[in-house]
Design a protein around this ligand. Sequence first.
Ligand code: GDG
Length: 482
Amino acid sequence: MSRLIVVSNRVAPTQEGRPAAGGLAIGVLDALKESGGVWFGWSGETIVEPQKPVIDVKGKVTYATIGLNKRDYDQYYRGFSNATLWPAFHYRTDLSRYDRQEYSGYLRVNAQFARELAAMLKPDDVIWVHDYHLIPFAEALRELGVKNSIGFFLHIPFPAPEVFRTVPPHDALAKALMSYDVIGFQTDADVQSFQDYITREALGTATPTQSSDGRPAAKLSAYGRTARVAAYPIGIYPDAIAEAAELYAERKAATSLRDSMRGRKLIMSVDRLDYSKGLAERFLAFERLLQTSPAFQGQVSLLQIAPPTRSDVQTYQRIRQNLEMETGRINGRFSQLDWSPIRYLNRKYERNLLMGLFRISEVGFVTPLRDGMNLVAKEYVASQDPANPGVLVLSQFAGAADQMPGALVVNPFDTAQMAEALERALVMPLNERQARYRDMMGPLRKNDLSVWRDTFLSDLRASKAAGAAPGAARPTVEPILG
Ligand code: GDG
């Protein structure tokens, strides 16, 4: 089998089993180990002197990581990726800013990464690029003469064309995406949005076709290029999570939380501290529950774990201040001498422990305003005790909503509806909770993380057989994006 080259902004920790290694890292690593290959990306470090990629070989997998200088970090990562694309793709056009210099930096880093990777490629390598930081990566490789199959998976939503058009270089970004052979999205709605842009704005064409496993896909043509697009909803390994949850629910950290609840019920949320996750709206819904159904006062707490991310981006500092204020206000309003309604923990926890905490909580409250998929929703369900499962309250704007038929689905902009769903979840009879849990575990097992990875990779490998001519991966021209 040809080698797999994975390219992502951050490369997962090279030591397996470390708490930081999330599901995605594990899923991608399995594939790399099977076929052998390279994982290439930013090291997470900012550097002063330019450097070549640092190579770390572990068995069949080579990790190649490269530092970014301060200007590249500011323009490519903090700027265009996280202050333009991330908010716009999550429908927060009010928070999305555009700066030409940052966009140039974004193109420059993509071109630099492409040059470094091109030097490492073999002609039949299959390249899988991840996420919004790297949209122009294939185009930059093609400009260097690379002819290998290149696929792209977008982990975040692809917005409706009207919203995408608010990003000034939308046309260049869509054209760059069309340099990939296969473009994968989380949901059918994301595929449709991209297809709508290509057919309506770029005046391209879309022909229905099928994925290698018979699922619907489309062949898009525009800008003189052709690409296949389809939805590949990312999954988890539910049985491994269930096992970890069972074990960690009995560890000291989880049992002391349970003891501290003294028979009260627990609603639990875990999110990176991000405005797309709807934390403030969620706190308001919980406040409303306490206000409209006072019997719950003193009887239920909301545990919100929110590790900070991108804390040097200004909008992230503002959301943190706002949440601290809301927590203080709500706790000040309702706390009793021996009970406070919200426990807000602004730090990271070991992943397995989170699964244990999910297991001992009665409600999983997952209400992003927009989310590509949302793995926490899936992890919450997989962590439950089948004999006494908790209830998932889930936003209709998470990609996961399509796949979680047993969830209480809510609109995160409707505070009253969220409060009602919380109440319903807190009093739901055991037989209904069990039925809802079973309705979700079946699909979670059937579409686990290996299905996501294998269907994407088999479509990518098939795309080569279907047309793209294999060629030498030798740089033939200088990149124009210097
Ligand atoms: C992007 C898209 C899409 C959370 N806190 C801690 C911790 N986590 C883990 C969770 C979960 C992961 O991080 C978060 O994944 P999500 O899917 O919920 O959200 P994003 O980080 O925004 O991910 C999203 C995803 O990519 C995959 O395609 O689903 O839509 O936005 O696994 O458990 N892990 C540890 N400590 C924490 O405190 N170790």
